[in-house]
Write a new protein. Structure first.
Length: 112
């Protein structure tokens, strides 16, 4: 695991064999910023001056070279959006369209 991120937010999950860092030797200060509650899959690579938004999910073995918006699910080489995360609230079912409670319990991935 190589961690050379500018910052890593709270409650981020970083799985094994991940790489964060610079994309080029002539840009030593262009490092990623990882938001809060981000999940990063095994073997993912995040390089360059990218920002990973809060609650985003990076798929296993993805190569991220561009910003990821909050709540987006990305995967592939190069990484691209494959879905979005929606937090379910207490007493809410995945088919419900309304928010029914104050505390997040789980998340689901919705395809776009």
């Amino acid at each position: 695991m190589i961690l050379v991120a500018q910052s890593i937010g709270s409650d981020a999950t970083i799985r094994q064999n991940t790489t964060f860092g610079i994309a080029r030797k002539d840009a030593l200060h262009d490092r990623p910023i990882i938001g809060d509650r981000v999940e990063i899959g095994a073997g993912a690579v995040i390089v360059g001056p990218v920002c990973i938004g809060n609650g985003a999910i990076i798929g296993a073995n993805a190569v991220v070279t561009r910003d990821v918006a909050p709540g987006m699910v990305v995967g592939g080489i190069p990484a691209r959006v494959i879905g979005r995360v929606r937090k379910l609230m207490r007493d809410e079912h995945p088919s419900d369209e309304t928010v029914a409670g104050p505390l997040p319990q789980q998340s689901t991935i919705l395809s776009i």
